[in-house]
Design a binder for this molecule. Sequence first.
Ligand code: AMP
Ligand code: MN
Ligand code: MN
Ligand code: MN
Length: 279
Amino acid sequence: MQAKIYDLHCHSTASDGVLSPTELLSRAAEKGVNVLALCDHDTVDGIAEARLAAKEKGIGLISGVEISTLWENRGIHIVGLGFDETHPKMTALLAQQAEVRYQRAVQIGEKLAQIGIENAFEGAKALACGEVTRAHYARYLVQIGKVSNDGQAFKRYLSQGKPAYVKAEWTDIPTAIETIHQAGGISVLAHPLRYTMTNRKIRQLIGDFAAWGGKAIEVAGCGQTMDQRQLLARWANECDLLASAGSDFHFPCAWLELGKSLFLPENVKPVWDALEIEL
Ligand code: AMP
Ligand code: MN
Ligand code: MN
Ligand code: MN
């Protein structure tokens, strides 16, 4: 029997994905995904629709969210899996994060206006169905011809140290972990190798995350080398953390796909053994 395919990190139009939750579940079914977690940035607004679509497609759905946090002045993402998305502590934290996100989006628009790019907030907002993220600003900058792709928009305007960068006062890691656990879920450190930090610093982050009660880290992602996956597996075991797998899919593209090459190394404990899967 072929192993089940779990993809426990992806995005919909509720944040910066380009597929609606229904379209996302259709694509997941086409790609042979058996269990999916929708983890939009700081919102659970897509989950109800995803749940209905998952039932129709026979896919197991796990509630999810990707919470933005600050750790030593850096943006770190904490995924929550399998929690009650109506829990008042979760709802309150996400409402606070949405306010932070909105204020920051307005300020990014002001910074762009200062360098001659007018009405960018309105432009980015028009491209968003839900939360306005920097990805929407990047798409707007491409649309008006300021840059030729999203990566360039981050490099020239939106990344830390660039003219339209605004630091957001996100919550901290212990609060994210605690809120996810209070809502009955499992906390996961997202894509540890995607932060611009040395391996030594990443290992320190994973140690802090575990010491604060964090439960899992993402070990399998799309486009990794085997060495990277093995390193993450080793760190998971050193810190007694479960291992998760997720594509971080945002839109159809050549280099990343729902459910693609998300197998876990054999020496780790899969996070899904600790999750109840809605079927
Ligand atoms: P935000 O949560 O508003 O800070 O937006 C962050 C999102 O922007 C990430 O989740 C990615 O989807 C996207 N992003 C971040 N860096 C890049 C990059 N260099 N190129 C393309 N997209 C990026
Ligand atoms: Mn994103
Ligand atoms: Mn992320
Ligand atoms: Mn993500």
